[in-house]
Each structure stands twice: as C-alpha cells, then as structure tokens.
Design a protein around this ligand. Structure first.
Ligand code: NAP
Length: 279
C-alpha cells in the first residue's frame, strides 16, 4: 500500500464542501495538507480540525483566479514541507455560475465564469507542474462534474467549463506523463455539502426525489469524492492517467427515457413532492 506519510497535497477550495472532504480524507491517511481557500477563516477551522485529530494541515488564503495568489499558495506548501506531491484543482463555489444560454450570457459573465472555472485550473497546474517535475513526479486531480459529460438547460458556462476541465486533464496527462506526473479528473454527481445541505433543509421532499433517481438511492457526500481523490493519488493508481472518474452512484449510466418513466411513477406515488428547482 502507498506510504503517504511523506506526501504533501494542496487542495484548493479546501475549507468546506467537496474540497473539505478531500482535505480530511487525505489527512486521514497521513498526507500533509495545505487547505487553500478564498475564505481564510473557514480554511483555518478546517486545518485546525485536521490537526486536532493528529493530522498535519496548514491554511492559506488563495483566490484561484489570481495568478500571483496561486504562485504564493504553492510557495507556502514548498516552504513548509519542501515538496508538493498531489494537487487538487477543486475551488469553485457551488451554484455561482451564470444561468443562461449563449444568447443570454453577457460577455463579462462569460469571461468571469471561464476565469473561475477554467483559467484557475490552468493556473494551478501551470505553476505546480515544475515543482512536481523537480520532485520526481506527482498527481493532479481536477474536479469536473457530471455536468462536464452531460448537459442541463441554460447552464452554458458551467457545462462548458467542466467539459474543458476533462479535456485539459487529458492534455496534461499526455504532455507530462514522461515526468512521472499523472493527471485525472473526477466527475461527481450531486454531493450534499454543508452549503447544499442547508438548502435541502427547506425542501426535504425535493432531496428525496433526487435520491430516488440514483441507482444506489442516495446522493453523495464530500468524503465519497475524498476517497476517490486519495485513490487516484495513490501508487495503486499508478497506471491510471487522463481518466475522468465518474463518482455519481450510477446517476449518469441510466437510459433517459427509462429514468423519465421512473420519475413519473415516483411523482404519482409521492404527489406532495416539491421539485428541487423551479422550471
Ligand atoms: P462549496 O461547498 O461552495 O465549497 C467551495 C469552496 O471553495 C468554498 O469555501 C469557496 O469559498 C471556495 N472558493 C470559491 N471560489 C474560490 C476561489 N476563486 N479561490 C479559492 N477558493 C474559492 O463547493 P462544492 O459544492 O464543494 O464544489 C467544489 C467543486 O466541486 C467545484 O469545482 C464544483 O463545481 C464541483 N462539484 C460540486 C458538486 C456538488 O454537488 N456539490 C457536484 C459536482 C461538482 P466561498 O464560500 O467564500 O465562495
């Protein structure tokens, strides 16, 4: 099994949600973790919680849309632990992408969303790869989404950004494999984070409706993605690169017409269900 004890990871957006789940799961196997987040108070809390359980974590305020802050984040990890083995491009706030199709999204919204979703992954990878190369290799995990492989309506910038992350993952895997660097992405299904959990408190029947659409009959938790990230970084995954690991309880393997029939039956049997989203 992989000896994680000397390994160092940076998790962007690591203060909460999926990033928090990844930071905690990585720390639980002995990886040293830099929790990088735009919300420094929350990042401090997450790092302190990990340290209180015997882990080794540190926090840094980083806005991944700023090249200078991304470079500084990598310096902080290097200065503290002397290396970076794993890099998780995760930061993005759930639900902050512009709603709209191509004729509705403004030029400035397009630029802003592409910077947050795509340029941030380019920036983090660009500056961490030389550090990994000097250290003899490493593993990058980019957090995409089921929205990177399937499309929902009026979500132009999110779907485009998440699909671009899968393409960038393959490109980087091909270009840097020879330096011992593996690059993979994860496409999570619906993950009930702290933030989304609060939203669902107001609509438990909507969450139940969502859960019923998953073959495993549950939505995901941040640690589900944390476990997948630890695996992709481990030596046990040393022959896996350029892969998009879908972690969605089977949501996206279903035939759509069959799923629609299943949903129809569910609504008939549970007529008081409040839909998760407005039409
Ligand atoms: P979350 O709960 O909102 O947590 C994201 C964290 O990242 C927050 O602490 C947020 O700070 C921080 N952040 C936002 N913008 C940042 C920036 N520019 N620089 C540094 N930190 C930043 O989000 P999540 O649901 O865990 O999502 C994490 C990733 O998983 C995203 O890439 C998302 O697209 C992807 N994903 C999520 C789901 C899901 O169902 N939750 C499913 C598929 C994929 P603030 O709170 O201050 O903004």
């Amino acid at each position: 099994m992989t000896d994680f004890k000397k390994k160092v990871a940076i998790v962007t957006g690591g203060a909460q949600g999926i990033g928090g789940g990844i930071a905690r799961q990585m720390a639980s196997v002995g990886i040293k973790v830099l929790v990088a987040d735009i919300d420094i108070d929350l990042a401090d809390n997450t790092a302190s919680e990990i340290n209180s359980k015997g882990g080794d974590a540190f926090s840094v305020k980083t806005d991944v849309t700023s090249y200078s802050e991304v470079k500084e984040m990598i310096n902080v990890a290097q200065n503290r632990w002397g290396r970076v083995d794993y890099f998780i491009n995760n930061a993005y706030s759930a639900g902050s992408a512009t709603i709209g199709g191509v004729t509705e999204v403004s030029e400035s919204q397009w630029d802003m969303d592409m910077r947050a979703l795509v340029t941030s992954v380019y920036a983090g990878s660009k500056y961490v790869i030389p550090v990994m190369t000097d250290g003899g290799g490493g593993s990058i995990v980019n957090i995409s989404s089921v929205h990177g492989i399937l499309v929902s309506k009026k979500a132009l910038t999110y779907e485009t950004g998440k699909a671009a992350i899968i393409a960038m993952t393959r490109q980087m895997a091909v270009d840097y494999g020879k330096f011992g660097i593996r690059v993979n992405s994860i496409s999570p299904g619906h993950i009930v984070t702290e933030r989304l959990g609060k939203r669902w408190e107001n609509n438990p029947s909507g969450l139940k409706f969502f859960e019923d659409q998953y073959p495993v009959r549950r939505t995901g938790l941040p640690e589900d993605i944390g476990n997948a990230a630890v695996f992709l970084c481990s030596d046990e995954a040393s022959f896996i690169t350029g892969h998009n690991l879908v972690v969605d309880g089977g949501l996206s393997i279903q035939l759509q017409e069959d799923l629609a029939v299943q949903q129809g039956h569910y609504i008939k049997e549970n007529p008081d269900t409040e839909m998760p989203y407005k039409k």
